[in-house]
Unconditional design. Structure first.
Length: 299
């Protein structure tokens, strides 16, 4: 869903500040990393006032559901990388002391069943997981299932979706703290070879993986395939994670010039957003497939 900014409060002074050390919420025995952090909810985590309100509702609801198991709540993904806009979802991560018990899980499921059906825009564009603190600390905990809600969905599932190297790299290096300890106190550095190896492995099956769930008859899916190839190559070359926008720009600057028209098309068409009735430009899906194959070969 795409909407305009008309009527939304927008304050450019309230931009992302990485690694905020704000905390807050619950009067319980603190997680060790919480011992010396102030306990105040971050009032301006993004530049969108409505989204900030949705995140506030999310955090307060989560604190009620989890009680003393709550450690902290964070924004990662495109907003943490400074590139979140009206075409982005808002990726969050809530850190918990232990896997939610049956009562806590039921309360979280009820919260996420309700949120997408409230009035507004951003409440339908949340995506995130409930990360067990011990799993999050080192890469030994990668690929363990966490309670997860997909973009815009109202039913949760147990998934490894957010328990990937790139998600924890963004959280540690650029995560926006909503409440809780600084991310660097919760996540150890992600080794370069882990990031590179995962990105390289993903490129080998990227086209089949993307087009397996995102039909090539939709223009957004063509653009997504190209962007994911750019992001993966960026990670292979730099051992860092870039936003979709920055990965496209990097690929235009550092990649083979023959792909520049394709990359420019993807960049120019971003404002078309996701529309299941919006068909791809003629020939662009074949170009996207060829580009993904090229990236896999050079990575």
């Amino acid at each position: 869903m795409v909407t305009s900014e008309q009527g939304w409060a927008f304050d450019v002074s309230r931009v992302r500040q990485p690694r905020r050390r704000v905390s807050g919420g619950y009067s319980v025995a603190p997680h060790p990393a919480e011992a010396h952090t102030p306990r105040v909810l971050n009032p301006h985590p993004t530049r969108y006032a409505e989204l900030n309100g949705v995140l506030h509702d999310l955090v307060t609801g989560v604190q009620t559901a989890l009680g003393g198991s709550f450690v902290g709540a964070y924004v990662q993904g495109s907003f943490a990388l400074g590139a979140g806009d009206l075409h982005s979802d808002c990726d969050f991560l809530v850190v918990v002391r232990e896997r939610p018990d049956a009562e806590q899980e039921a309360a979280l499921r009820e919260l996420h069943r309700d949120l997408p059906h409230r009035e507004g825009f951003w409440n339908t564009h949340l995506e995130g997981s409930y990360a067990v603190a011990a799993d999050l600390r080192t890469t030994d905990g990668l690929d363990r299932e966490w309670l997860y809600v997909d973009h815009g969905h109202d039913e949760m599932e147990w998934s490894t979706h957010c328990n990937q190297p790139w998600a924890r790299w963004i959280l540690r290096e650029h995560g926006i703290t909503l409440v809780g300890p600084c991310p660097v106190d919760l996540v150890d550095p992600v080794p370069d070879d882990v990031l590179r190896d995962r990105a390289r492995a993903g490129l080998a099956t990227l086209t089949d993986d993307v087009l397996g769930w995102c039909p090539p008859s939709i223009g957004w899916c063509q653009r997504y395939l190209v962007v994911q190839a750019c992001r993966s190559l960026y990670t292979v070359r730099t051992a860092q994670v870039a936003s979709k926008r920055d990965a496209l720009r990097w690929s235009m600057m550092h990649g083979d010039p023959r792909w520049r028209p394709l990359l420019q098309q993807v960049q120019a068409d971003r404002d078309r957003g996701f529309d299941p009735h919006d068909e791809p430009r003629p020939g662009s899906v074949d170009e996207a497939r060829a580009f993904a194959a090229y990236v896999a070969a050079v990575a």
